[in-house]
Design a protein around this ligand. Structure first.
Ligand code: ADP
Ligand code: MG
Length: 428
């Protein structure tokens, strides 16, 4: 992703079709071009990211092992790190309290997501080199992720009480930020910002206020370190996932060994761009009702994808062929159905033990947090930063917790050579 972020020519080429029809991606790319042309005033690139995976039962081989498939990489505003480690602590506690015995070799790996993500925030701030500067956390005007973000602020303050943390909504910024004589980012007249931590800015609706794109440009122009900077943000576009599905493209950035290891987690993708041979072939695959597919635009944050049987009519109803460029087509990951219980906000916690005899049928998604800091192409630190497990009921498409579709869960690594492994964990 870093290599993509630093390769403007490649970025332009790959997203060329997308920007014709997608204003949001066009605006991001436009700002990146301005910054590259002017020369960035900050070479440090930082990003707290999260790569999401699901288990794929169709890839099960003769030994019955399930493979993981990558769903997407989040390169901006990766959330939930605060709650995921608490969920694990809760499950551990409850299992001990109710004497749930795990088979010998199964274990719950430690999850320090909150601590690691907070350390990533601190490290990116420290790269600015001015201890008396501030961290600016940018949020939506009404943020339902408040408790997740605030726990990070709290943890940062515990580890480093000297760091001053400021939280402001994106739309409040036009009147309160400006650049200093050396492109310092100055907030409210006198506070120098060392790190801008974006927990907003990934969705077009975040920019529905006067001067929104000017604000993003000003932030990117400033010397403050951005987590993430706009080029890294763009490198998380789903279009790159589709393009890197080609071995030739992947080896542009990685050696064959690295490419092999990474490609093992990849799903199949197709471009459906009009007027290209590959795109026309992909489009025909999308129209094939027997294929299990997901159609995705270049969007983040849930609610934008088209699933399964809806893909064909959606493609047939697209008004202009050029609009196909903003979508990618992805193979549907057929996850095994787990036996488990999911408690959503409208559910009554069950009081009768008899209810425990019946399970919900759930599908889970594993997110692996990472924190990267680079000085140009020179990687200073690139660390694992804990994990997240979200579970949703079978048949529910979106996997968002805040949107009420999924719940948080924990990870148990199981011994899959165990005789009863499949029947105790999965339905099929
Ligand atoms: P977003 O950026 O909106 O989070 P995602 O690519 O993560 O987009 O898709 C949203 C959700 O849809 C995922 O969390 C997952 O539950 C489901 N999903 C996405 N891609 C696939 C796929 N190929 N197969 C099965 N489910 C998928
Ligand atoms: Mg997602």
């Amino acid at each position: 992703m870093l290599k993509i972020a630093l390769d403007n020519v490649y970025m332009d080429k790959i997203l060329g079709g997308v920007v014709q029809v997608d204003d949001f991606t066009r605006n991001l790319l436009k700002i990146n071009k301005i910054i590259q042309k002017e020369g960035p005033s900050q070479n440090v690139i930082a990003c707290i990211n999260r790569s999401d995976y699901m288990l794929d039962k169709n890839s099960r081989n003769s030994t019955n092992l399930l493979k993981i498939r990558q769903v997407e990489v989040n390169a901006i505003a990766s959330g939930m790190s605060s709650h995921s480690c608490n969920t694990m602590a809760m499950h551990n506690y409850l299992m001990a309290k109710y004497k749930v015995v795990k088979p010998n070799n199964d274990y719950m790996p430690e999850n320090k997501s909150l601590q690691f993500v907070s350390q990533g925030v601190i490290e990116s701030f420290d790269s600015y080199g001015k201890p008396d500067a501030h961290i600016l956390l940018i949020i939506e005007e009404r943020s339902i992720n408040f408790s997740d973000q605030f726990a990070i602020e709290l943890t940062v303050s515990k580890i480093r009480p000297d760091i001053q943390f400021i939280r402001r909504s994106f739309n409040s910024l036009p009147d309160i930020i400006k650049l200093g004589p050396n492109k310092e980012l100055i907030l409210e007249g006198n506070k120098e910002i060392g790190l801008v931590y974006f927990r907003c800015g990934y969705d077009p609706t975040n920019y529905n206020f006067e001067g929104a794109w000017d604000v993003r440009l000003l932030l990117e122009r400033s010397r403050a370190i951005k987590n993430p900077s706009i080029n890294f943000h763009i490198s998380g576009a789903k279009k790159f996932q589709q393009v890197l599905n080609s071995r030739e493209q992947l080896e542009r950035f990685l050696n064959p060994y690295e490419a092999d290891r990474l490609a093992k987690t990849f799903c199949k993708f197709w471009s459906i761009e009009d007027s290209t041979p590959d795109g026309n072939e992909g489009f025909q695959i999308g129209l094939n009702p027997s294929k299990k597919l997901v159609l995705k635009p270049q969007r983040e944050g849930g609610g934008h994808n088209v699933y399964g049987k809806d893909v064909r009519p959606f493609l047939q109803r697209l008004p202009h062929a050029e609009e196909r460029s903003q979508y990618i087509l992805m193979e549907y990951i057929d996850s095994p159905l787990e036996k488990n219980w999911l408690l959503l906000c409208d559910d009554e916690p069950f009081k009768e033990p008899s209810k425990l005899d019946s399970y919900d049928r759930l599908v889970s998604e594993l997110g692996i947090y990472g924190s990267i800091i680079a000085d140009g192409s020179n990687i200073k630190s690139n660390k694992y930063a804990g994990y997240l497990v979200r579970s949703k009921k079978y048949g529910v498409n979106e996997g968002g917790v805040q949107s009420g579709c999924a719940g948080l869960s924990s990870l148990i690594l199981v011994d899959d050579t165990r005789d009863d492994f499949n029947s105790s964990v999965y339905y099929d």
